[in-house]
Write a protein that binds this ligand. Structure first.
Ligand code: PNW
Length: 491
C-alpha cells in the first residue's frame, strides 16, 4: 500500500453518503435551560473541574442549542448528505425516567430535525453519546442491569416523538469508551476505577439495552416508520509488533477485546462474547479467587436476541496500534491482564494533538477487511474519523487535517473498490471544534473553527471544510485542489 491507495480518478460509488458528526454535550451548551436535567458530565465538570485539563465545562460549549439555523446553514454549505448528532437524555427526560417528558427539550430537537430535512439533510441520531442523567448514575449507572429497561423506555419516547421523520438511529456511541473508560479505567465520566469489573458489568447492560431497543423497533415501529437501527463501536486497528506468532495472536486478541466485545454478540455467527474473552477472563477470575467470572454470562435467549440486532455496523476509527504479547504475574483484576496485550504507536507515524492519534491509513483498510472476513461483509457506516490540532493553534490553513482526510478516504475507497468491502457512508469528526471531554477545549477536531473566547461562539471555515465539501461534490479525492482564500499545501 502506498500513499495513493485507490487508482487515480476512482470515485465513491453512486449511493455512497457523506456526513459530519457532533454530540450533545460537546456542542449544545444550555446545560440547565428549558427544563434540562443534570447529567454525569455536568456533574463531573462542576464538582471536579480539576479532572479536566483546562478546568472547563460544556455549560456553553458551541452554544448550538441557540444556533440551529446558523448551524444548518453551514451544513448546507458543506453539502453533506446527513448530519450525525446526539440527543441529550436529560433534556428529554430530566430525571432519566420516562414518567415526565420535557416538551421544551422535544421542541428543540423537532426544530433541528425539521430544519435539516427542509434543507435535504438527513438526521442520523445517536441516542446516547455519554451524557447519562445524573440520577441514573446515583443508582449505579450502567453496571446496574435495570438501566437496560430504562434505556428502552427512553428509546421508546424518541421513536414516538421523532421516528416519523428520523430514519436512522444509533443506540450507543462507543460502548468501550462508556464502559471501560467510565467504569474500569476512570478516563471518562463517572471516573470509576473498578478495573476488570465495572467495565464488563456496564458492557453487559449496554448490550442488552441495545438488543431490547432493536427488538422494540422491530415489534412496534419498523413497519410504520421504515427506518434502521444500529450501534457504533470505536476500533483501533491492531497491527502485530513483530513477525512472531505471539504478536499476531496479540493483535487479534486486541481487536477481539476492544471491538469483538461488542460486535461478536451481534455479528459473529455463533454470537455471544468472543471465545478468547470468555476463556481468558474466566481463567483469570478463577486464579484470583473469584467465585464467578468477572465477565457476566448471557442466557441462550439473550444470545439469540443479540444476534443480528443491528441494521448496519457503525464504525468510529481514528488510528492504529502495534500489539505485542503481555505476560505478567499481576493477580489484581485488570482488563489489560485479561487481554494479555501491550500496545504502542511508532514515532514514525505522524502525530495529532491527541496522544492516541497517529496517522496510519493502512489501518482502516485492514480493519474493514477484518470486518468483512469475520462478520460476513455486513454494511458498514463509518460514523467518525478525524484529526486533532492543539487548542491554542488558530489553524484555518489546516494542511495536516486535509492530508489526514485525503489519505484515510483513499484507503476507504480502495477497500470499497478493490477489496469489495461493503462501506456505504463516511462521517467526519467533527463538524466544528467542540468540548473534547477530559481534554476540555485544548484539542480541536473541527472542520469549522470555533472561537470559545467570544460570547457569540463564531464559526469560521477551515481549509479542510472546503476540501471536504469538494470531495462530497466531486465524489473523489483531489490532491491539487486549492480552495479560494487558502494557499496550496506542501505535500
Ligand atoms: C470519539 N481511540 O472518541 C468520540 O466519539 C467523540 O466524542 C470524541 O470527541 C472523538 O472521538 C475525539 O476524541 C474516541 O481510542 C475514543 O482511538 C477513543 C478513541 C478515539 C476516539
Amino acid at each position: 500500500l502506498s500513499k495513493t491507495q485507490a487508482q487515480d480518478g476512482n470515485q465513491f460509488p453512486g449511493g455512497f453518503r457523506f456526513g459530519v458528526a457532533t454530540a450533545s454535550y460537546q456542542v449544545e451548551g444550555a446545560w440547565n435551560e428549558d427544563g434540562k436535567g443534570e447529567n454525569i458530565w455536568d456533574y463531573l465538570t462542576h464538582n471536579n473541574p480539576g479532572a479536566i485539563d483546562d478546568g472547563s465545562n460544556g455549560d456553553i460549549a458551541c452554544d448550538s442549542y441557540h444556533k440551529t439555523a446558523e448551524d444548518v446553514e453551514l451544513l448546507k454549505d458543506l453539502d453533506v448528505d446527513f448530519y450525525r448528532f446526539s440527543i441529550s437524555w436529560s433534556r428529554i427526560l430530566p430525571s432519566g425516567h420516562a414518567n415526565y417528558i420535557n416538551r421544551e427539550g422535544v421542541n428543540y430537537y423537532n426544530e433541528l430535525i425539521d430544519t435539516l430535512i427542509a434543507n435535504d439533510i438527513r438526521p442520523l441520531i445517536t441516542m446516547f453519546h455519554w451524557d447519562l442523567p445524573q440520577p441514573l448514575q446515583e443508582i449505579g449507572g450502567w453496571p446496574n442491569p435495570i438501566l437496560a429497561d430504562l434505556f428502552v423506555d427512553y428509546a421508546k419516547v424518541l421513536f414516538d416523538e421523532f421516528g416519523d421523520r428520523v430514519l436512522e438511529w444509533i443506540t450507543f456511541n462507543e460502548p468501550y469508551q462508556i464502559c471501560h473508560q467510565g467504569y474500569s479505567e476512570a478516563t471518562k465520566a463517572p471516573l470509576y476505577a473498578q478495573d476488570g469489573i465495572g467495565g464488563y458489568l456496564c458492557g453487559h447492560t449496554l448490550l442488552l439495552a441495545h438488543a431490547k431497543t432493536y427488538q422494540l423497533y422491530n415489534e412496534s415501529y419498523r413497519e410504520t416508520q421504515q427506518g434502521r437501527v444500529g450501534i457504533t463501536v470505536n476500533a483501533m486497528w491492531g497491527e502485530p509488533a513483530s513477525e512472531s506468532e505471539d504478536d499476531a495472536t496479540a493483535a487479534e486478541n486486541y481487536i477481539q477485546f476492544t471491538f469483538g466485545w461488542f460486535f461478536n454478540p451481534i455479528y459473529a455467527s455463533e454470537g455471544d462474547y468472543p471465545s478468547v474473552m470468555r476463556s481468558q477472563i474466566d481463567a483469570n477470575s478463577q486464579a484470583e479467587g473469584f467465585q464467578r467470572s468477572r465477565l457476566p454470562s448471557f442466557t441462550q435467549e439473550e444470545i439469540e436476541l443479540l444476534k443480528g440486532s443491528s441494521d448496519f455496523l457503525g464504525l468510529n476509527h481514528y488510528s492504529s496500534y502495534e500489539c505485542a504479547r503481555l505476560t505478567t504475574d499481576e493477580t489484581t483484576p485488570s482488563f489489560i491482564n485479561d487481554m494479555g496485550v501491550s500496545y504502542t504507536q511508532p514515532d514514525t507515524w505522524e502525530a495529532g494533538a491527541s496522544f492516541w492519534l497517529k496517522v496510519y491509513p493502512d489501518g482502516i483498510r485492514k480493519l474493514l477487511n477484518w470486518i468483512k472476513t469475520r462478520y460476513g461483509n455486513p454494511e458498514v457506516m463509518i460514523t467518525e474519523n478525524g484529526f486533532s490540532y492543539a487548542g491554542n493553534e488558530q489553524d484555518l490553513q489546516d494542511c495536516r487535517r486535509v492530508n489526514y482526510y485525503n489519505v484515510y478516504l483513499e484507503a476507504i475507497l480502495a477497500a470499497i473498490v478493490e477489496d469489495e468491502c461493503n462501506v456505504t457512508a463516511y462521517t467526519a469528526w467533527s463538524f466544528m471544534d467542540n468540548y473534547e471531554w477530559l481534554r476540555g477545549y485544548t484539542q480541536r477536531f473541527g472542520l469549522y473553527y470555533v472561537d470559545f473566547t467570544d460570547d457569540d461562539r463564531p464559526r469560521t471555515p477551515k481549509m479542510s471544510s472546503r476540501v471536504y465539501s469538494n470531495i462530497i461534490s466531486t465524489r473523489a479525492i483531489n490532491w491539487t485542489y486549492v480552495p479560494e482564500g487558502f494557499t496550496a499545501c506542501d505535500w
